[in-house]
Write a protein that binds this ligand. Structure first.
Ligand code: SF4
Length: 487
């Protein structure tokens, strides 16, 4: 099991260098006769493992020697000068994720049906992806090389799944021994070297809640501001998570957690000036509690972990409604110009500018935005958890614009269990509600489609899904939805 888990990392070590995937015409790289499938092995004598190494080792360098293995097997050394900051015009292969060696009780892989798309079974635990995309790692099997790399290349911030600072509890949750679970010294070393951390707790009732959670949050808050924030998100169990050690999250549990954590949040706001420990939106929704105000979330440090996304959406929607004019038309530009600085984007904001981001865009909101008719008539599909919130806002929009938009809560029959979030809906779930579609189009949540390939979580292609619907299907994230309603 252990050997299998680290196979991608081993494979990558055996193939040194980074492969070029694209060369921009008329660029420096083209002048150097670099081509797709060439592998850059060294920069100024230093080995290159991936595109992060290439960027790090070329940054600020004007005199360079590249050792390149050409696609025909020949190895060349290319010496050249470049202007300061001159772009190479190169695109590289993606990083192959290193995989974890944990056996977490609540691992999402254990909650997948067998036929889920293969990438859902990838257990990535990679400090590079943490820096580039904000993926969480546990640091439990981080190597000395990786620690050095974070520090030397300033791969900051890192996103760390702490779960509990009580060692026994952490080891139990991760399914590893206490020696491996103990990351105190590693965290301290990162903090001593000014690496910022964002922490996460996956909250499992009767395991890391109550006094264990309080200790965890206090221990982490003691390192503020280097530990910038902590997200507490509830464990979500599908019908395939049958481990009897896990207890489902109930509304009562959520209400109690809010009461307990609110006391700490008040304390942190007083002592640190920030809320620091944020509860996932699901906890408020499940408890039937009010979503905290915008001030509670500060600059929304954990919005991609589902923390503050509902508040950000509600506020963006309020602005949309407020900027409507008497005729019911809504001005998108006024929203953007007046409020952009106050509005966190609801999409991925953790992605580092250096990250390679897939560019597949099978559908964009553009087709809907360009409608000549201010009134829209269609159906918006979303998860059962968010549906009541979205429906109440869409009702306001309908009254204002004369639109006939309908919000349809789609039950998640594919994963089942407690899964009610929009992001885990599948092609089969959408097809289950096809008979209840109203209007001229359907909108589905963009995040249910793989970012680099137009397929859904159950492996259904987006094209297949569209063909089965009697009306056009668009995929929009919440930003895209608001932009569409604003046009
Ligand atoms: S939850 Fe994450 S760290 Fe834990 S076993 Fe699964 S992939 Fe590994």
């Amino acid at each position: 099991m252990y050997e299998f888990a680290v196979t991608p990392a081993v494979t990558q070590l055996r193939r040194p260098g980074v492969i070029i995937t694209e060369v921009t015409p008329d660029s420096l790289a083209e002048e150097l006769e670099l081509a797709p499938n060439d592998r850059i092995i060294r920069v100024n004598g230093r080995p290159v493992r991936d595109y992060l190494d290439f960027r790090f080792q070329t940054a600020g360098e004007t005199e360079l020697t590249l050792k390149v293995k050409k696609s025909n097997g020949e190895t060349h050394e290319i010496e050249f000068d470049r202007d300061e900051g001159e772009d190479f015009g190169l695109m590289f292969e993606q990083i192959v994720p290193r995989q974890c060696a944990n056996e977490c009780l609540f691992c999402f892989c254990k909650g997948n049906p067998e036929d889920a798309r293969p990438s859902l079974f990838v257990r990535d635990e990679d400090i590079r992806l943490s820096f580039l995309y904000g993926n969480y790692t546990t640091l439990s099997s981080i190597t000395e090389d990786e620690m050095n790399r974070i520090i030397e290349q300033r791969l900051s911030p890192q996103y760390v799944s702490v779960h509990a600072t009580d060692l026994k509890t952490r080891a139990y949750l991760l399914g590893v021994d206490e020696k491996r679970a103990d990351i105190d010294a590693k965290l301290q070393r990162l903090l001593d070297n000014d690496i910022e951390l964002h922490a996460q707790v996956v909250l499992c009732p009767e395991i890391n809640d109550g006094a264990i959670l309080e200790k965890t949050l206090r221990d982490l808050a003691a390192h503020y501001p280097k530990v910038v924030s902590t997200a507490v998100v509830p464990v979500a169990l599908t019908r395939y998570n049958t481990d009897e050690r896990l207890t489902r999250v109930t509304p009562e549990f959520c209400a109690r957690t809010i009461r307990e954590v609110e006391k700490l949040q008040k304390e942190f706001r007083k002592s640190l000036g920030v809320t620091f420990a944020f509860l996932g939106d699901e906890i408020y929704i499940k408890a039937g509690a009010e979503i905290p105000s915008r001030r509670h979330y500060g600059n929304y440090p954990q919005i991609e972990d589902g923390v503050g996304m509902v508040r950000a959406f509600l506020n963006a929607f309020d602005r949309l409604v407020r900027t409507s004019n008497d005729s019911g038309r809504v001005s998108a530009s006024s929203i953007t110009l007046r409020r952009a600085s106050e509005t966190p984007r609801l999409e991925n904001v953790r992605t580092h500018p250096a990250a390679i981001v897939p560019t597949v865009d099978p559908f964009t909101s553009g087709e809907l935005i360009r409608t000549k008719h201010p009134a829209l008539n269609g159906t918006i599909l979303t998860g059962e958890m968010f549906a009541p919130i979205l429906a109440s806002q869409i009702d306001r929009y309908n009254r204002l614009t004369g639109s006939r938009l309908d919000v349809l809560a789609v039950p998640n029959t594919y994963f089942g269990g407690d899964v009610a979030v929009a992001g885990l809906l599948t092609g089969k779930d959408y097809l289950n509600v096809i008979g209840r579609i109203k209007g001229d189009f359907v909108i589905i949540p963009k995040h249910t489609i793989k970012s680099d390939e137009p397929i859904l979580l159950d492996g259904m292609s987006f094209d297949d899904l569209k063909q089965k619907f009697p009306v056009p299907v668009y995929d929009l994230d919440l930003d895209g939805l608001i932009a569409t309603l604003s046009s």
